[in-house]
Design a protein around this ligand. Structure first.
Ligand code: ADP
Ligand code: MG
Length: 698
C-alpha cells in the first residue's frame, strides 16, 4: 500500500491526491482562490485572467507529487473515461528543458479524438474534438508505478460545439434544474438571487470478484465480461448466507486497500459489505454534488479493477456476469438542494417546508409518469437487459414507491387536501389544507425501481457498468420540466389575483389525479404487478432495442431536451445512434465468442468423451459379452446434447450472417442449454471451463 504510515489516520491523508479547495489555498493568491471558490461553489464563471495562475499552481503541486504529465480527463460516449497524456517538458534551447503548464493548456485541449463515437456529429475532415476544463470537479493525481499524471476533468465537444461526452449534458441538465428550482423557491418566498440549486447523488456500486486464474481460463469473461455458459451449481444464493456475511480475509484485504485508494482520491467511500450472491459485493460513498459524484463513480470503477489485480482478483462490473444468480446494479440516490441550501426532499417540520416537499414529490410523480420511456431508455444496454425484468432486479416497468404514509398523504391531496388535525399555530404560508407529515415517511421496499427513501429518491435500474450521467441527465431534465409547468401555472394565476395556497392546492391535486397511476407500493417482482401495470397503461419496454425505438424519433422527447437546452435534436439523435450501435456490437461479440468456445473448446471434448464411452462399451462387450445398457444411455445422452449444440451453432452462424441481434440472442440462449447439460455429463477433468461453483465460491 502506498502513502499510508502507521501514525496517519484517514483524516490525515484523505484527498491527498486532489487539488481541492484546501490544497488550493496554499498555492493560490487570495483573488484567484476566491474566484475559483465562487466558480465551484456558487456556479459563477472563472475569470480568464486567473487561468495562468491556477495552471501554474496546479503544476507546482503536481510536480511535488511526482507528476511528469498532465491530461484532460473526459468521458466520451463509449461509456468509459479517456485520457491522452502530455508531459510538462519544453526544450529550453540550451539542451535542457523547462517544465510548463499554461492557462491555455488548462482551459482547452485538442486531443486527436477521431476514433471516439460521434454518431455522425463529426465528419472526418473536422474530426478533432475539444476538451474544456470543468472547474467544478477538482483536478487529481493518478499514480502509476513509474510516475504520476495530473488529471483535469473536462467536457468533450465537437468543432461545432456539440456535446460528444456524458459530462456536458449533465452540467446543462443541472443548470436547467437549478433554474426551475430557484423559480419555485421565489414563489415560496425563498430568496434565490445569485444563488443556485443543484442535484446530489450517492451511487451504490455493486460488483463481483473472481479469481484471476479462473477469469483468464474463460474466453467469455475475458472478452465479454460475463459468462456465456455455465451450469448453475447446487448451492448458490438460496441460503441467503452471503448477504452482509462476514467478509473473507482476502476480500477484506482488497476492500481495505480499495477504501484507502478511494480516500486518497477524495472519494468519500463509506459502506462496504457482501451482497446477495456469493462473490458479490457493494461499496457506497457518501453522497456529493452530482457532477462530482459521477466523476468519482467513474474513478471508483477504475480503482476497483486496479486494486483487484493486486490481489490476483478480477473485478467484474458487468450487470449479469453469472446467469441464475443476482446481477449487479448501481442504486442512484438522487435529491435536490435548493437555493436555501436545504435538501428539498426532506419533509421538514413546518407546513411551509411540507408544501415545498409535497410540490417536489408531485413534480417527480409527474416527471416519471410522463417520461417513463425516456428514463427507461437512459439505462438501456445489452448488459442491463439481463437484469431489468429478471427476477431479482427492478422490472423494466417504471413505478414509484412512496411508502404507506406518504401514499396516504398523496391520497389526501387528491381528495382536496385533508386538514392537519394537529396544526394549531398560524401557518406561515397559510397552507392550511396540506396535511402535516409524519416523521418517518417511508419503510423499505427493495423491489421498486424508483423508491422514496426518507430524504431522496433511489433509482435502482442503473446498471453496475454504466455511467450514472445518462440516468441523471434524464432525471434532472424531466423534473425541471415538471417544475417549469408548475411554476408557470402558479405564477400566472397568482399574478391574476388568486391566492397562492389555493392555486398550489389545485395544481398538486390535478397532478395527483393524473399521475397517481405511477405509484405502486407492492412487490414489483410479481406477475400480478405486471398485469396491473398493463391495465394502468404503464409502458413495459423489455429490452434495449424496444426502449431506444420508443424514444429515438419521439418529437416530445426531442422538444423536452431542446426546451431545457440539455441536448439539441442532432445531439439526441447522435446519442441514440451510438447506443444502438454499441448494443449490436456487443451482441455480435458475444455471439462470436460463444461460437468459438463451443467449436474449439466444448465440442472437441464432448466428441472425445463419446469415443471413450463407445470404446468402453464395445471393449466390454468383446471381453465379456455384457451390453452395458446404462452406459449406452449415457453415450446417447451425450451424443444427443452434442448434436443439439452443433445444430444451434449453425443457427447462431446464420443469425450472425444476417446481422440479426434478436436471432443471435435466441440462438445463444438455445445453445447454452445443451452446453450446460454437457457440463453436467462430462468428466470434470476434461471440462475445459472453470465452473460456477469454483468461480463463485473459491
Ligand atoms: P441503503 O439504500 O443501502 O439502505 P442508505 O440509505 O444509507 O443505504 O444510503 C444509500 C446512499 O444514498 C448513500 O450513498 C448515501 O450517501 C446516499 N444519500 C443519502 N442522502 C442523500 C441525498 N440527500 N442525496 C443523494 N444521495 C443521498
Ligand atoms: Mg440502496
Amino acid at each position: 500500500m502506498t502513502g499510508k504510515t502507521d501514525i496517519q489516520t484517514v483524516a490525515d491523508y484523505y484527498g491527498e491526491n486532489v487539488f481541492n479547495l484546501k490544497t488550493m489555498r496554499n498555492y493560490l493568491s487570495d483573488k484567484a482562490y476566491k474566484n475559483l471558490v465562487a466558480a465551484t461553489r456558487e456556479g459563477g464563471c472563472i475569470d480568464a485572467s486567473i487561468a495562468d495562475e491556477v495552471a501554474d499552481a496546479m503544476k507546482t503541486w503536481a510536480l511535488s507529487k511526482g507528476a511528469t504529465h498532465f491530461t484532460h480527463w473526459f468521458q466520451p460516449l463509449t461509456g468509459s473515461t479517456a485520457e491522452k497524456h502530455d508531459s510538462f517538458i519544453e526544450p529550453d534551447l540550451e539542451g535542457g528543458v523547462m517544465l510548463k503548464f499554461s492557462g491555455k493548456e488548462l482551459i482547452k485541449g485538442e486531443p486527436d479524438a477521431s476514433s471516439f463515437p460521434s454518431g455522425g456529429l463529426r465528419a472526418t475532415f473536422e474530426a478533432r474534438g475539444y476538451t474544456a476544463w470543468d472547474p467544478t470537479s477538482p483536478a487529481f493525481i493518478k499514480e502509476g508505478e513509474n510516475g504520476a499524471t495530473l488529471c483535469i476533468p473536462t467536457a468533450f465537444y465537437s468543432y461545432h460545439g456539440e456535446a460528444l461526452d456524458k459530462k456536458t449534458p449533465l452540467l446543462r441538465s443541472v443548470a436547467a434544474l437549478s433554474k426551475q428550482v430557484c423559480r419555485l423557491a421565489e414563489l415560496f418566498g425563498i430568496d434565490s438571487k445569485n444563488k443556485r440549486a443543484y442535484a446530489t447523488l450517492g451511487p451504490e456500486q455493486e460488483y463481483f470478484l473472481v479469481d484471476k486464474d479462473f477469469y483468464e481460463a474463460r474466453l467469455d469473461l475475458l472478452q465479454t465480461g460475463r459468462t456465456l455458459f455455465g451450469k448453475t451449481p447446487a448451492k448458490h444464493q438460496q441460503m441467503d448466507d452471503h448477504y452482509f456475511g462476514a467478509i473473507k480475509t482476502r476480500v477484506m484485504s482488497f476492500m481495505a486497500e480499495l477504501d484507502h485508494e478511494l480516500w486518497i482520491m477524495g472519494i468519500p467511500s463509506k459502506t462496504r459489505h457482501n451482497e446477495v450472491c456469493p462473490a458479490q459485493f457493494e461499496m457506497a460513498p457518501v453522497f456529493e454534488e452530482q457532477n462530482l459524484s459521477v466523476d468519482h463513480n467513474m474513478m471508483t470503477m477504475e480503482i476497483l479493477k486496479k486494486v483487484a489485480e493486486r490481489y490476483d482478483l478480477v473485478c467484474l462490473l458487468h450487470e449479469k456476469p453469472f446467469a441464475g444468480v443476482n446481477g449487479s446494479g448501481k442504486h442512484n440516490n438522487w435529491s435536490v438542494v435548493g437555493p436555501d441550501d436545504k435538501n428539498w426532499l426532506t419533509p421538514g417540520d413546518n407546513p411551509h417546508e411540507n408544501a415545498k416537499f409535497l410540490t417536489m414529490i408531485c413534480a417527480l410523480m409527474k416527471a416519471v409518469d410522463t417520461y417513463a420511456p425516456m428514463l427507461r431508455a437512459a439505462v438501456a444496454s445489452a448488459g442491463n437487459d439481463h437484469r431489468l425484468g429478471a427476477n431479482e432486479a427492478p422490472p423494466a416497468i417504471l413505478s414509484i414507491f412512496l411508502g404507506d404514509q406518504l401514499y396516504d398523504v398523496i391520497e389526501q391531496i387528491e381528495q382536496g387536501g385533508a386538514k392537519s388535525s394537529k396544526q394549531t399555530a398560524p401557518l406561515e404560508l397559510g397552507v392550511t389544507s396540506l396535511p402535516s407529515l409524519p416523521r418517518d415517511v417511508t419503510d423499505r421496499n427493495r423491489t421498486s425501481p424508483f423508491a422514496f427513501t426518507g430524504n431522496k429518491f433511489e433509482f435502482r435500474a442503473v446498471g453496475s457498468n454504466q455511467s450514472c450521467a445518462g440516468a441523471n441527465v434524464v432525471l434532472n431534465t424531466i423534473v425541471a420540466d415538471s417544475l417549469d409547468e408548475i411554476c408557470t401555472k402558479l405564477e400566472t394565476e397568482v399574478k391574476g389575483g388568486k391566492d397562492f395556497n389555493e392555486v398550489l392546492q389545485g395544481v398538486l391535486k390535478d397532478i395527483v389525479k393524473k399521475h397517481k397511476k405511477i405509484l405502486f407500493n407492492g412487490d414489483n417482482y410479481t406477475e400480478a404487478w405486471h398485469e396491473e401495470a398493463l391495465k394502468r397503461g404503464l409502458p413495459n419496454l423489455k429490452n434495449t432495442p424496444e426502449a431506444l425505438d420508443a424514444v429515438k424519433k419521439n418529437e416530445e422527447y426531442i422538444a423536452l431536451f431542446e426546451r431545457h437546452k440539455v441536448l439539441s435534436k442532432v445531439e439526441f439523435a447522435a446519442r441514440n445512434e451510438i447506443y444502438e450501435e454499441q448494443y449490436h456490437a456487443i451482441i455480435k461479440i458475444e455471439s462470436d465468442v460463444a461460437l468459438t468456445m463451443v467449436k474449439t473448446e466444448v465440442i472437441p471434448v464432448a466428441l472425445e468423451y463419446q469415443s471413450t464411452l463407445a470404446g468402453t462399451i464395445s471393449d466390454v462387450a468383446d471381453a465379456s459379452g455384457c451390453k452395458l445398457p446404462q452406459t449406452m444411455e449415457l453415450l446417447k445422452e451425450v451424443s444427443s446434447e452434442t448434436e443439439k449444440a452443433l445444430e444451434y451453432t449453425k443457427k447462431l452462424e446464420t443469425a450472425i450472417e444476417k446481422e440479426d441481434s434478436k436471432e443471435m440472442i435466441s440462438a445463444m440462449n438455445a445453445l447454452r442449454r445443451p452446453i450446460d447439460k454437457l457440463e453436467g455429463l462430462l468428466p470434470y477433468e476434461i471440462w475445459p471451463l472453470p465452473s460456477y461453483a469454483e468461480m463463485l465460491f473459491l
